[in-house]
Design a protein around this ligand. Structure first.
Ligand code: NAD
Ligand code: TYD
Length: 362
């Protein structure tokens, strides 16, 4: 079968990547979607069970750092577009093991850029789309606002100076710079987006929201770092992948777009809301599980506040979040409670044994 386009999505077995692969495979039957993933602890093909037999879907297990492997895949599938999500993504892990973050996020991105430059003799009709994070901008202050934002009027815009603090955000910042350098030096057609914190189904339960839902379910402690005063801007994952689809097709070459939920929450307020929703859905009196909250030692270098100004994306491409936080959170909690076997398999590590049998140890 001939496909109109051949799009390589890296990191498609992870949280955001699996939502994006599902959207692209079902929405564009005339595109071949090639999901390239190394299947680290964060990659899980069970996330894509419902679409794995579609004729326009292909999975390849590969490491983005392996330039020769990437070149083979790019030639073999005549790839004409790349949406790059593969990364090490957890700040706490980056504090323990910064080298892995530099290898995957910086050198892996560089090898993909090199492969695209080498394979695309003609850049017309091609696109390299790099998915990044708002954490590259550093941290905002908590101030008394005069405008609409609840925790301060300063927001991250596309012009905000890069000032990453964690090894994770430093590695993502570095990869963003390489992507821009390939645009400015070689004319590679690139676009970048920087998004705020995502939540939704299939997120690995090391990140705040799925970890806490799982712990409430099992009546385990909820470790809130510091006093829970840090602020994050939360976006439902399907709203993020809708923005990615839009930017991939309609974003301007060489541009950066910020994506955010306009939805700032202090961690402690979010945790209390999460406890109430989860208790209700579990049939427990609302708020009973607040006694699980345990204030623990703060994360080193913990960024105080992230908040995105997504005006450019709204004005240029008409994007906006579609769900209120209460709706999105309820949908999310319901999904985890309806899928305890997914939670049990990723927390026990069972899914890893399955891939090792299928693909060998990595
Ligand atoms: P995730 O950790 O859930 O998934 C990452 C995926 O990349 C996994 O499937 C993993 O197996 C794969 N991977 C890791 N190293 C690889 C390598 N060397 N080669 C090939 N594949 C590899 O991450 P996520 O939360 O889905 O984030 C995806 C992207 O979006 C990342 O680039 C992240 O920086 C960015 N982002 C995430 C958020 C968020 O809140 N989760 C917000 C903004 C931006
Ligand atoms: P996280 O989901 O790790 O995302 P990020 O660090 O990329 O923002 O954490 C979200 C917020 O929740 C962050 O301020 C750290 C805090 N947090 C806790 O208080 N306890 C936890 O166990 C975790 C994982 C995070």
């Amino acid at each position: 079968m001939d496909f109109r386009r051949n799009i390589l999505i890296t990191g498609g077995a992870g949280f955001i990547g699996s939502h994006l692969v599902r959207r692209m495979v079902t929405r564009y039957p005339d595109f071949r979607i090639i999901n390239l993933d190394k299947l680290t602890y964060a990659g899980n093909l069970a996330n894509l069970k419902d679409i794995e037999d579609r004729p326009n879907y292909v999975f390849v297990r590969e490491d983005i750092c392996d330039l020769e492997g990437i070149l083979r895949i790019m030639w073999g599938y005549a790839v004409d577009g790349i949406i790059h999500l593969a990364a090490e993504s957890h700040v706490d892990r980056s504090i323990r093991d910064p080298f892995t973050f530099a290898r995957t996020n910086v050198l892996g991105t560089l090898s993909l850029l090199q492969a695209a430059k080498a394979c695309w003799s003609d850049f017309s009709g091609k696109r390299f789309y790099h998915i990044s994070t708002d954490e590259v901008y550093g941290a905002l202050e908590l101030t008394s606002p005069e405008g609409d934002a609840p925790y301060g009027d300063t927001l991250f815009t596309e012009q905000t100076r890069y000032q990453p603090h964690s090894p994770y955000s430093a590695s993502k910042a570095s990869s963003d710079h390489f992507v821009r350098a390939f645009h400015d030096t070689y004319g590679l057609p690139v676009v970048i987006s920087n998004c705020s914190n995502n939540y939704g189904p299939y997120q690995f339960p090391e990140k705040l929201i799925p970890l806490f839902i799982n712990n409430i379910r099992l009546r385990k402690p909820l470790p809130v770092y510091g006093r829970g005063e840090n602020v994050r801007d939360w976006l439902f994952v399907e709203d993020h992948v809708r923005a990615i689809d839009l930017i991939f097709h309609e974003g301007r070459d060489g541009e950066t777009y910020n994506i955010g939920g306009c939805n700032e929450w202090k961690n402690i307020d979010l945790v209390r809301l999460l406890v109430r929703i989860t208790d209700r859905l579990l049939g427990r009196p609302e708020g009973t599980d607040e006694d699980l909250i345990a204030f623990v030692k703060d994360r080193a270098g913990h960024d105080l506040r992230y908040a995105i100004d997504a005006t450019k994306l709204r004005k240029e491409l008409g994007w906006g979040p579609s769900l209120s936080f209460e709706e999105g959170l309820e949908k999310t909690v319901r999904w985890y409670l309806d899928n305890p076997e997914w939670l049990d398999s990723v927390t026990s590590g069972d899914y890893r044994n399955y891939y090792e049998e299928m693909y060998g140890k990595r």
